[in-house]
Design a protein around this ligand. Sequence first.
Ligand code: MLT
Ligand code: ZN
Length: 386
Amino acid sequence: MEMEVSKILGYCNSRRLAVVPQGGNTGLVGGSVPVFDEVIINVGSMNKIIAFDKVQKEAAKLVEMFQLMQVVCAFSVMALFMGMYLAVLTNGDVLDMVGTLRKDNTGYDLKHLFIGSEGSLGIVTKVSILTPPKLSSVNIAFLACEDYPSCQKLLSEAKRKLGEVLSAFEFLDSHAMDLVLNHLEGVRNPLPSSAHNFYVLIETTGSDESYDREKLEAFLLRSMEAGLIADGVLAQDINQASSFWQIREGIPEALMRAGPVYKYDLSIPVEKMYNLVEEMRVRLGQSANVVGYGHLGDGNLHLNISAPRYDDTILAQIEPYVYEWTSKHRGSISAEHGLGLMKANKIFYSKSHETVQLMASIKKLLDPNGILNPYKVLPHSLCSYS
Ligand code: MLT
Ligand code: ZN
């Protein structure tokens, strides 16, 4: 596979033909689409398992994940699973960083260069992935909180009390819940009581069925007594568990069905995170619906602004305010979606000039003709595309 990619890149480089590596094309920042006349290199058929250890079943599932991340290299959760890479460079060289050693401290760890590069430095054709054994006991609770400080307190308690079994802590506000209930068929609020301001989904994953469940039940009871949780339900079976996830995972689709949406994927210190949503609501008034949800356990807010139409006046209320606010609070303007085309010029809100300059030098070294995924990731001011 890498030899084919090497030939294609070697040819394109010698003819100065720009290319866009494209995988699942599910990105949200225009990272995997051509801007002008770039050649698309579709890597969708790089789906073969070359070899695996004992954990074969898990590896099969990860093939899908590999397809998703091999070009994007932008999703933080994926990075956890990644081992070494084989990457093809623009001059056709194949950089072999595949290995199975757990520890290897010989020189620069070059694979990290490709994480977050969004296909702008080379095309990854092989990875080795650590596949932890699948743990048998999964429990999921869907909870309601009356205010954001309670969600925040619940998170720090969950980290302390659930420790190693805590595998997801997701939150959504009532605006996100209303969208899902109004735009997705077959989704309903599992909590019988009236509407709440915030909802939290907690998942635990462990190896001891009864111990893990008891641990979660005890935690929920204590949190209810402490007034952190207003209501809640623990999934009784796999169908109920997946219906809880459907609410959280259905939000992006519900937003798209609702109409035009301005999307922001931000890392912000948890204690300040929801202030941005509230401030944005004040700024926009009735002109748009400001929705907050995300991976609270990772400090990752998905701020989405659903508007009746794409409108310069609305955009001017949102940007650069949202980026300045995030920068001021030492957050990141891209937690997991990458910069792509849409946010390339915003990189300075999260990275210093020196850092971006070094990135541009690395880009120049690995892709002197600027043929790989042009106009993406780095600011246009630092890249010359002919
Ligand atoms: C999510 O967590 O649902 C996605 O990263 C956000 C999105 O698709 O907007
Ligand atoms: Zn997300």
